[in-house]
Design a protein. Sequence first.
Length: 100
Amino acid sequence: MENISFKNTADGCTIYAAGDIDLSNSHELRKTILAALKSNDSVFVDLSGVNYIDSSGIASLVEGLQFSKSNGKKFVLTKPSTQVTAIMELARLDQVFTIT
């Protein structure tokens, strides 16, 4: 993955992911998501810059979703790239996540 950055706003925290999310770096995404959820009521993950995501990256997103649900937080995936959208639809995760 090229980079992970985040920005706190009045609405919550937006995490920006770019490049490839795979086994070599998905732990960094998971760590960032969980830290954001612990300190914000709403977390948005902008996936517009993600070229590729593997099962470990999907698992990091699922873990964030599970944490948000069990702690009454809002967790939204925003602007998924065409590649990410295709994978989410194939795995039917587009019906599990809130995606805008």
